[in-house]
Design a protein around this ligand. Structure first.
Ligand code: APR
Length: 251
């Protein structure tokens, strides 16, 4: 049950940022990196797979891993948490800043989603940065995963890379700027399903707090965001968000 104080605070807010992390998609059946290394991938450390160095050293290994993850994402659906946010957004202009490289917010009907860690569905050329379109015929990767050579850019023939931000890489400047602007100009942040440890994304609730915003966190477990949150809802995303949206009486 969400407290009356939280609902009143949310109702008062005029500019709201939803800041989501891997826990947002967990109830859709998307495991986090940390839980996701099965089959072929078990022997690897994700901190080593999700880096520019890993791609340089073994492009087929890294591209194969992302293809395996991408095809698994195509097989899942947005959960009740994504749907609640989309329903809310149909009545109210929320800004969504997500660390997730999936498209589940959009598939639920959300718009204005800033993907600060990029998108697994938006690969680009390593050299000329031309976006790469996936072939329309689609091969389901075997459950154990496999190595796959990355495709070549249709313009300059250099290898294509996943469209995600790897560990050790800078965030895409326009996305970072948009996220900072949203954080610094909102009066409420809802931080949902994020461990709040990956920088600089984890600073978003702090930037907002520093400018006077209220921070509400939805996470079954404590995180470093507890230090700045005014309210902690110790529930899952798919439990808490529908309850919040219901209590807002939007219709
Ligand atoms: N509902 C809400 N929160 C949940 C749920 C759920 N159903 N299940 C798990 N959580 C919480 C966990 O308690 C944890 O705090 O979600 C958080 C997930 O943390 P991480 O896996 O660290 O995800 P995130 O914060 O998004 O990580 C940031 O690190 O994995 C890299 O680049 C990747 O964007 C990602 C970044």
């Amino acid at each position: 049950m969400i407290s009356e104080a939280i609902i009143t605070t949310i109702k008062k807010a005029r500019r709201i940022v939803v800041f989501s992390g891997a826990g947002m998609s967990a109830e859709s059946g998307v495991p986090t990196f940390r839980d996701d290394l099965t089959g072929l991938w078990q022997q690897y450390d994700f901190m080593k797979l999700a880096t520019p160095e890993a791609f340089k050293a073994d492009p087929a290994l890294v591209w194969g891993w992302y293809e395996w993850r991408r095809t698994r994402l195509l097989a899942v659906e947005p959960n009740a948490g994504h749907q609640a946010i989309a329903r809310w957004q149909a009545h109210y202009p929320l800004t969504i800043v997500t660390q997730n490289v999936d498209d589940l917010h959009e598939r639920a009907g959300s718009y204005n989603v800033i993907h600060i860690h990029g998108s697994i569905f938006a690969p680009r050329c390593t050299k000329c940065k031309t976006p790469y379109e996936f072939e329309s015929h689609y091969v389901q990767e075997p459950e154990s995963g496999r190595r796959i050579d990355p495709p070549s850019c249709k313009v300059c023939e250099h290898p294509v890379r996943p469209g995600v931000v790897w560990f050790g890489e800078a965030l895409h400047e326009p996305d970072l700027r948009a996220a900072i602007f949203a954080a610094e100009n909102c009066d409420l942040v809802i931080a949902v399903g994020t461990s709040g440890v990956v920088q600089p994304a984890a600073l978003i609730p702090r930037w907002a707090k520093d400018k006077g915003a209220v921070v509400v966190q939805i996470n079954p477990s404590p995180t470093p965001i507890d230090e700045v949150s005014d309210y902690n809802i110790r529930m899952t995303a798919a439990q808490a968000l529908p309850q919040i949206v219901e209590a807002l009486n939007l219709d």
